[in-house]
Design a protein around this ligand. Sequence first.
Ligand code: HEM
Length: 422
Amino acid sequence: MTSPAQSGSAGDPLGLLDLFGDGFVRDPFPWLDALRADAPVHHDQDTGLWLISRYEDVRRVLLDPDTFHPDNAQHAVAPLPVDVLRVLARAGFKMPPALANNGTASHPGLRRVVTRFFHARRVAAAVPVIEGVADELLTAARQRIDAGDDHDLFPGFAQVLPCRVLMELLGIDGVSPATLIRWSDASLELFWGRPDPRRRLELAELVGEFHQWLTRTVRDGTAPPDSFIGALTAHRLPDGEPVDVATAVGVCFFVFIAGQSTTGQLIATVLSRALAEDGLWPRLASEEGLAEAWVEEVLRREPPVTTWRRVAARPVELGGVTLPAGAQLLLMLMGSGSDPEVFDTPERMCPHRAEVRRHLAFGAGRHRCPGASLARTEAAVALRAAARHLPRIRPVADVADVPMLGLLSFRAPLRVAVGQPS
Ligand code: HEM
């Protein structure tokens, strides 16, 4: 796919936008710039979504949950065909309002169960756990690289580190990290991707397995009280009733995915961008605060959660356009981080820029990501540890050849292959 500038279509270059196309996934910046400049509230014919790309508009939507409801946050991007629905129904799959998709009175209490596990003190206490897992994984990576092999830091490090940390923090057991990662990635691809019919069925089987395992685990009532599932079981809804199984499973489904896949994707982008930046890698291990600042710039410019959805509860004016009730909005979180109205020279990676934390990579308002502190800490620890353990590595593939995850709301390199300089 060409970029909007190259399209040569004088009429409506944005009509050629393909949110799932390789061109957009690899280099979305020219498209995001064109959207912000020429059509900040743009109806995408292909998906039927209204693309909202200016920082102030995105923020306004996030901060007004009465007008912009979160109900569509987890809807499948493409309608699921009957054979897939049948597989999910057989597994008892349901997605009742739980966290990100919950605009009802049960949301604040359910959210508090989550925040108890991820507040700043808990995250600070988890740093030795994160460092321990990072050291173990990077020692294995170093042995392979020292033996002259190339090593892919995505599956061997970026993906597995947040999964193991999450399992430790939430007291998840009875499943291997590899299985949890497979289930979680399958869920993202099924609901946020456009896989072909065969792949969709395979994904539905995996999502069904995941859901059944969660249901069994929630139902059997043996989770320790200090585990996440134990805390959910003890929680009472505003009407004084315990959380029903379907809602508890819905909460776990979201947290077990959000709590690791997105952070794995962030670490992959953080590592590959740091390796590509002239002179940065050798400074990361020793320069105080540099890893944290680099993570923040990546979150601004190239966050793993690139978009998020809302639905208009009533007709509303936004960016000069009147949206009808029921309009499905796609908030371009990633594009908002490059809005020149807010960030000077947004195309430059400036880890020490003054407004570095103003980005919307974790959303804003009532549903703002409660895992932000954990994600930031894990990514900074991972980056610093990689620079310390593997000071001489270099990427072995050209950026243009690296396979990319390109779902509606999730984007990251799927390979971070490194080796020693020859
Ligand atoms: C780099 C990693 C991550 C990114 C970029 C990210 C991003 C987001 C975004 C954009 C939202 C929607 C916010 C909104 O609607 O305003 C969200 C919600 C959420 N995230 Fe994260 N997230 C990350 C990591 C995590 C982690 C580690 C957890 C661990 C628990 C987590 C748990 C959640 C939950 C539970 C919600 C729903 C909150 C609610 O509806 O009240 N996320 N995240």
